[in-house]
Ligand binder design. Structure first.
Ligand code: BGC
Length: 756
């Protein structure tokens, strides 16, 4: 605690300290004028600044701001530098709009494509979500504006989001649902973290001391403050104790009174309140070092940046016979309401009042001779008239552009999707147009995977344009005409069917509880482990040029747990135009004590290459890259043995592989105890030698195959699950001590051997 903060805390009254820990308004902290303490203003977030015109009102008009591409699009760029640049631009707008903390990024794992809020999240992969969001955080905060990493944690659905209890095992929690937060916290150092609404293993996140204090602060070293999601606090005292610093929105008179009373009657130690005030003041004073509320937004420059990001985010899913890019000489049938009324962002708290919005049809007017029909009119039920009109224009043009956007009433904050389908009308429309026009391009606007089986085989080209922000139209057109070579890649798997998705049987739960039964097998980890074909794999995205992968090199084939491994791969642009490729590095653990997914992403890099150019891309893998979280030891550990290093252009397209050997794993204490089985003893580095003679004695050795024959079993396998003490009981008459005494003395020998 600095002297200045200590002095402030000393001067604040109990009432003021309690009031500081609760919003003074829905978007502001408490000002304490007599001490010169200004309030900070927080604002949604995340892909633009939704600054309330009246910050004393919860739901109100917001000032115009640039609507940048939403998180799913941002992530699809796989471009950390670009995301950092976006962070800086967001901060510039925060400074103009007088915002101290931007409420984002949101990085919850896309456990199921049905989650209504997937558009606001980065990926099904925690490393990717963590690394990309850390860049965003660093970009924003480099300018003296804070961020709020949200929603911590295990908030992977909208159904019953205020109450649902997510039941998740420790390993899955650490490896899948917390790993991204861990990276973002350690690398990005967000000024604030926002706790989620839901419960995790029984406790509300707002009252979860294991999440908010043990893991976040004690294990990850987090130093900022924790803010509640809006309305997530139930019991203010329990939340304070657990490590929840700021309750939002405010004011909440009954919470305020409860805190004051609890300190006065001794049920809440004042030092806990002081600790919270200390954390709040650190961020408040830091925020106030950067003056805000002046200048103007550079609308044109930020619109341009929004377009640049959008154009890197578009994923060319399919491009048969190089239908794209267009030549520029075609007459075009333009079909779909999204061409005139684009769906460029999602619904809910992230909704930005854009400074302007480009429309595909307007921009296409200058590029080609067009015939436009509304086509879908965002209708749900099949409208044959619209389809007939679309077929007529499609037949009369050289190519058809179908602009298909999933209506916001299907995908939004606040509720989940029921299926992966487009509307029945949209499906029928695509089928009808593709049947008459072989040069059909489908351009999609949606926030998460959709089922394309009814039409994908008949449509030669598909652009996944996501919710691309206010300048998305220009980005789509740049990609259609090849002004921009597409380089976006999927950060989530597009499955063939909903029933293939790993969480299918456990989503969204029942009786107020959702069981994360698929464990660590989320996204590509799950599809690959079950050998399921998918529509488009994680990491997939085409280009107008060709990239060749060659000469994977590792710094050493054999390495120890204390060494890092350098991996390099050569990438060559062997096609005709400049482009960017995202190289993905996965590892595969050849054998491990606990189940591991066939592949885990461990590093990635995006490189720009001129035609004919080659670059060597370098990655560094440390011991964590080879580790899993073992709940039995309560820690990350790596086992000695072989690992494959896989370099690819998607999780399914692995071009190069190399085996490396970890010669020494994480040193671990013996876990043998009185209940340990013969198998446990045989697997223990020091226990095996001690138990081997006893096993021989019991007929588990080679020379006593006859004992096995007598029972018709393989004796060693038969014994593996037998506790050593139980086995010794069968021989009790040959022992001069009890089995427990004997095992106790063996345990002591193991302890001594391990200490040397
Ligand atoms: C959302 C948060 C958002 C907050 C403030 C909540 O409903 O879950 O993401 O930052 O509202 O608008």
């Amino acid at each position: 605690m600095t002297d200045k903060i200590q002095a402030l805390i000393n001067q604040l009254t109990l009432e003021e300290k309690a009031a500081l820990s609760i919003g003074a308004t829905p978007w502001q902290t408490l000002p304490v004028e007599r001490l010169g303490l200004a309030p900070i203003i927080v604002s949604d977030g995340p892909h633009g600044v939704r600054r309330a015109v009246d910050p004393t009102a919860l739901i109100t008009e917001s000032f115009p701001a640039t609507c940048f591409p939403v998180a799913v699009a941002l992530a699809s760029t796989w471009n950390k530098e670009l995301i950092y640049e976006l962070g800086q631009a967001l901060a510039d707008e925060c400074i103009v709009l007088d915002v101290d903390v931007l409420l984002g990024p949101g990085i919850n794992i896309k456990r199921s494509p049905l989650c209504g809020r997937n558009f606001e999240y980065f990926s099904e992969d925690p490393l990717l979500a963590g690394e990309l969001s850390a860049s965003l955080i660093q970009g924003v905060q480099s300018k003296g504006v804070g961020t709020s990493l949200k929603h911590y944690a295990v908030n992977n659905q909208e159904t019953l989001r205020f109450t649902i209890n997510a039941v998740v095992d420790e390993r899955t929690l650490r490896e899948i649902y917390l790993a991204g937060f861990e990276i973002a916290v350690k690398q990005g150092k967000p000024w604030t973290v926002m706790c989620a609404y839901n419960r995790v293993n029984g406790d509300f996140c707002s009252e979860h001391s294991y999440l908010l204090t043990t893991i976040l602060r004690d294990q990850w070293g987090y130093e900022g403050f924790v803010v509640s999601d809006w309305g997530a606090v139930r019991n203010r005292i329990a939340a304070l104790r657990a490590g929840l610093d700021l309750q939002m929105p405010g004011p909440v008179p009954h919470s305020l009174q409860a805190v004051i009373n609890a300190v006065k009657d001794g049920t809440l130690d004042e030092s806990i309140l002081n600790r919270t005030v200390d954390r709040l003041l650190k961020v408040i004073l830091r925020a106030k070092e950067t003056p805000k509320g002046h200048g103007t937004i550079d609308i044109d420059a930020h619109h341009g940046l929004a377009q640049r990001i959008a154009s890197e985010s578009i994923v060319l899913l399919k491009n048969d016979n190089n239908l794209l890019p267009l030549t520029g000489n075609e007459t075009l049938a333009v079909i779909g309401q999204a061409a005139t009324e684009p769906v460029y962002q999602g619904g809910g708290s992230s909704h930005i009042k854009a400074t302007r919005v480009d429309k595909p049809l307007d921009l296409l007017q200058n590029r080609a001779e067009l015939r436009y029909v509304v086509g879908d009119g965002y209708a749900f039920e099949v409208n044959q008239n619209h389809i007939d009109e679309a077929v007529t224009v499609a037949q009369s043009a050289d190519a058809a552009l179908l602009f298909i956007a999933l209506p916001a009433r299907i995908e939004s904050e606040g509720y989940d999707r029921r299926d992966l389908n487009l509307t029945p009308h949209q499906t029928a429309l695509i089928q009808a147009v593709a049947a008459v026009q072989p040069r059909t391009v489908v351009i999609l606007n949606n926030g998460s995977a959709i089922d394309m089986r009814p039409w994908i085989d008949t449509v030669p080209a598909v652009l996944e344009a996501w919710l691309p922000g206010q300048a998305g139209a220009g980005a789509v057109i740049d990609v259609l005409y090849g002004t921009v070579n597409p380089s976006g890649k999927l950060t989530e798997t597009f499955p063939l069917r909903l029933s293939d998705t790993p969480a299918y049987l456990n989503f969204p739960g029942e009786n107020g509880e959702v069981r994360y039964g698929e464990g660590i097998f989320v996204g590509y980890r799950g599809y690959e482990a079950r050998n399921l074909d998918v529509l488009f794999p994680f990491g997939h995205g085409l280009s107008y040029t060709q990239f060749d992968y060659s000469s994977l090199r590792v710094s050493n084939r054999f390495f120890t747990i204390d060494e890092t491994l350098e991996v390099t791969v050569e990438i060559t642009n062997s096609g005709q135009c400049a482009g960017q490729e995202t190289v993905q590095l996965y590892i595969h653990d050849a054998a491990s004590r606990l189940q591991r997914p066939p592949k885990e992403l461990k590093a990635f890099a995006k490189v720009a290459l001129e035609p004919g150019q080659s670059k060597r891309v370098a990655f560094t893998l440390d011991s964590r890259a080879f580790s899993y979280y073992d709940p039995a030891y309560g820690r990350w550990l790596a086992e000695a043995g072989d690992f494959e290093i896989l370099a690819g252009s998607s999780s399914a397209a692995i071009h190069l592989r190399e085996t490396v050997t970890l010669t020494s794993g994480t040193p671990l204490p013996s876990r043998l105890n009185l209940e340990s089985t013969i198998g446990d003893w045989l697997d223990d580095a020091h226990g095996a030698a001690l138990v081997q003679p006893l096993v021989q004695l019991m007929g588990g050795g080679n020379e006593s195959a006859s004992a096995g024959d007598a029972l018709g079993v393989d004796m060693l396998t038969f014994f593996r699950d037998l506790p050593l003490t139980v086995m010794l009981n069968f021989q009790a008459d040959a022992l001069n001590v009890t089995p427990e005494q004997m095992v106790a003395s063996m345990l002591e020998q193991v302890r001594i051997a391990a200490a040397h």
